[in-house]
Write a protein that binds this ligand. Structure first.
Ligand SMILES: Nc1ncnc2c1ncn2[C@@H]1O[C@H](COP(=O)(O)OP(=O)(O)O)[C@@H](O)[C@H]1O
Ligand SMILES: [Mg+2]
Length: 254
């Protein structure tokens, strides 16, 4: 049966369910998101990675829901804010991310296709610049790895001294640099409650060092990721402002 509210995001609320499950209950109107996340969750289920296992889908209160293994603990963001252990958190983020990125992403949506769709959707980017950014995207390596698509400390839960990945809505098949760039962008530029700029800068720098990715490739990917973010969040003024600010300082859009 449905229990206490464990957390919520833009598309769903998550409740305790029975003794050891969590129900991610999508808001009405987010049926496509629910279907997409369910398919993704099934696809990565049997890989050797620390993810909350999926136990099927149900309907409750005329809303679609996905049942997951419940991870009792805190998010790694909460842990980070409590301990402020920059090196430790960067190492943990990097280690978990690398574990995912070593897996093949066979059967998952193509990361570059998703980015292209979002870039085309971005109303705040002028047509000429959009075409230039799409050219950068086309020249990036495609890759065949399992990418999370939203790998940040709030989607990494900490329980019994282990870290567990949740939130599979944006899971995709692509090159690791795309997923690393997405994490860098989310860590450094997307506001997270209670995280000061100096702390987020330090964590981002330490994470980048741990991931040891080619800097030039990462910078090109960041332009693409920022542009796609502007399309993905086009109804969120602050998110668009942040993405455009990045593009203006790094890609010279007038
Ligand atoms: N399997 C789980 N066990 C325990 N809590 C969870 C679980 N999945 C999600 N949560 C809680 O619900 C919150 C939102 O879930 P998430 O899947 O990240 O949704 P969204 O896509 O809206 O970000 C998480 O930050 C976490 O606090
Ligand atoms: Mg989430």
């Amino acid at each position: 049966m449905i229990g206490e509210l464990l957390g919520k995001g833009k598309t769903a609320e998550v409740f305790a369910w029975d003794t050891d499950l969590a129900l991610k209950l999508f808001y009405r109107g987010h049926e496509d998101d629910a279907r997409k996340e369910y398919e993704n969750a099934l696809c990565i289920q049997n890989l050797d990675i620390p993810v909350a296992k999926c136990y099927g889908k149900i309907e409750a209160d005329h809303r679609m829901g996905i049942l997951y293994e419940r991870i009792d603990g805190s998010s790694s963001l909460e842990l980070f804010l409590k301990e402020k252990n920059i090196c430790g958190m960067a190492k943990q983020l990097a280690e978990t991310h690398k574990t995912m990125l070593r897996c093949m992403g066979t059967g998952l949506p193509n990361y570059k296709d998703i980015l292209q769709k979002n870039i085309l959707r971005a109303q705040c980017i002028a047509e000429g610049e959009k075409q230039q950014i799409l050219k950068i995207l086309a020249e990036l390596p495609s890759g065949d790895r399992l990418c999370h698509g939203d790998f940040h400390p709030d989607n990494l839960l900490y329980s019994n001294e282990a870290f567990w990945v949740i939130d599979f809505m944006n899971v995709a098949c692509g090159h690791p640099v795309l997923d690393i760039a997405r994490t860098v962008f989310l860590l450094k530029y997307v506001p997270a409650e209670g995280v000061e700029d100096t702390l987020r800068d330090a964590l981002t720098t330490a994470y980048i060092k741990e991931m040891d990715m080619n800097v030039e490739l990462l910078d090109r990917s960041l332009i693409v990721i920022a542009a796609a973010r502007a399309g993905e969040m086009q109804h969120d003024e602050e998110e668009c402002r942040v993405a455009m600010e990045y593009l203006q300082s790094n890609f010279l859009i007038i």
